[in-house]
Design a protein around this ligand. Structure first.
Ligand SMILES: C[S@@+](CC[C@H](N)C(=O)[O-])C[C@H]1O[C@@H](n2cnc3c(N)ncnc32)[C@H](O)[C@@H]1O
Length: 451
């Protein structure tokens, strides 16, 4: 048995803990899964115009200024005023968005050492999410390599909203050639650069030359507002993979921001390349709020407060606040998935996979069993003699019951699991993958994607 218990049993215990959250889905699907109605003139937004940034800017500004903007986008959802129009103490400029709040929040986040991190109440949740990212990244790098049919093919990646570079080691393991890291938070990017330098230093010592380390380019900018390609050292760069982990939802503050982020994700991807990521599942959020019959829900480690009516969520700007382990996060926005898919199509991105974390875990658990253990992604129950559980007894009832059932069958007496509170948090998320499709050209020089 591994340090964290037998891996197959870990799976079963997680599934048991998830049963509760799965029931939320049905209620949410009904009213939150509607299609995005066509806007009067989509072409203004969706054209891949290269020469008209000013005109586009004007269109976007008008969109931002219009209190009735959501009327154009969606007749069936509530006409909600933009968030900045509702609060007196926020800037009233035409291009105000929460981006600066997000940047400040992440810039001020302290870099915690390993020791400090291991003291966290949600360390297993963090490790589990890291495992999900590792498996997802590895899955698509493998697909790209298979497609290239070359020994050690060059692989170029954009880690969009990379934060402090928490995924750098995953890129190294994937043996990629080139990495662009972008983020709005400059302090985080400095950490990312420093982390890369340290890794490169170690790689050089290990291998006597550091030839196996990819090259890094770092770009500071708001992915929802800036055209990143114009900042690349080589704007003609063709990428194989764009990864956006736990961040795409910031773009759903408004339609222009979501579109800009999607254009950034798509425009340098070559056909056959992938756009992958992880986001909160809007169905889960809406369903849990409805179930709680209020605008808030949560548990011992999580507190979510919606800034909109869960019975009538707007397509964009559906803001909520997220508090995890007592730490307030910056405002986030619901990603209405059918809208995401529809917008992505306009940028040549075809949805190939969408999986809740539980589904993803179930598919990947055998392949990733060793990594689950290495990354300490699950907590051992019951704990070893000198160890204590991170949650209280109530949080492990599912594990206790599982063990009692196993005991009767002479099964293992130690298992790996997540506490109920952590699992209720993790099951709020999903993974997605889009593939960039080939395009033909319209007479006016704009690309035409057949999806
Ligand atoms: C939850 S962190 C995830 C970081 C990293 N992807 C990871 O998985 O560890 C979200 C990141 O998104 C970045 N971010 C949020 N909004 C952004 C925007 N509009 N443009 C660029 N980066 C943004 C934040 O600065 C932060 O680093």
């Amino acid at each position: 048995m591994s340090e964290n218990g037998d891996d197959l049993e870990q799976t079963l215990v997680l599934a048991a803990a998830a049963a509760d959250s799965l029931q939320y889905e049905d209620a949410a699907e009904e009213s939150h899964n509607e299609e995005l109605p066509n806007k009067p003139d989509e072409s203004e937004f969706y054209s891949e115009d290269k020469e008209e940034p000013l005109q586009k800017k004007k269109v976007n500004e008008e969109a931002n200024n219009s209190p009735n903007y959501y009327n154009h986008v969606n007749n069936s959802h509530s006409v909600k005023k933009r968030n900045h129009e509702e609060t007196d103490n926020e800037p009233q400029t035409s291009d105000y968005s929460h981006s600066h709040v997000v940047a400040t929040h992440y810039n001020l986040l302290e870099e915690k050492g390993l020791q400090e991190r291991y003291k966290s109440r949600i360390i297993y949740l963090r490790n589990f999410h890291n495992w999900i990212k590792s498996m997802l990244i590895n899955q698509y790098i493998t697909k790209i390599k298979e497609h290239k049919k070359q020994h050690n093919p060059p692989i170029r990646v954009h880690d969009m909203c990379c934060g402090k570079g928490g995924d750098l080691s995953k890129w190294k393991k994937g043996n990629i050639t080139y990495l662009i890291c972008s983020d709005i938070a400059e302090v985080s990017l400095e950490h990312c650069r420093a982390r890369y330098d340290t890794m490169k230093h170690h790689a050089r010592r290990e291998r006597g030359g550091g030839h196996n380390m990819f090259s890094l380019e770092v770009i500071a900018g708001d992915c929802t507002k800036v055209r990143l390609r114009e900042k690349y050292s080589d704007p003609s760069m063709k990428l194989d993979l764009v990864s956006c982990q736990f961040a795409f939802h910031y773009s759903f503050e408004s339609l222009p921001q979501a579109e800009n982020m999607l254009r950034n994700a798509s425009e340098c991807l070559q056909p056959g390349g992938y756009f992958i990521g992880t986001i909160p599942d809007s169905n889960e959020i809406v369903a849990r709020a409805r179930k709680s019959k209020s605008n808030t829900f949560g548990n011992k480690v999580l507190e979510v407060e919606l800034d909109f009516d869960p019975n009538d969520p707007p397509l964009f700007g559906a803001k909520y606040n997220f508090k995890l382990d007592g730490v307030v996060n910056c405002p986030e926005f619901l990603v209405h998935f059918p809208t995401f898919v529809k917008l992505a199509k306009k940028f040549g991105l075809k949805l190939v996979r969408k999986e809740k974390f539980l589904e993803f875990f179930d598919k990947m658990k055998h392949e990733g069993r060793q990594l689950l253990s290495n990354m300490r992604a699950l907590e051992m129950y019951p704990p070893n003699e000198n160890a204590t559980l991170l949650g209280d007894e109530e949080d492990y009832i599912h594990a206790k019951e599982f063990i009692e059932r196993q005991d009767q069958n002479g099964g293992p007496v130690k298992i790996g699991t997540l506490s109920k509170s952590e699992w209720e948090t993790s099951s709020l998320y999903l993974t997605f993958a889009f593939e960039k499709v080939k395009n033909t050209w319209n007479a006016d020089g704009t690309p035409c994607f057949d999806i």
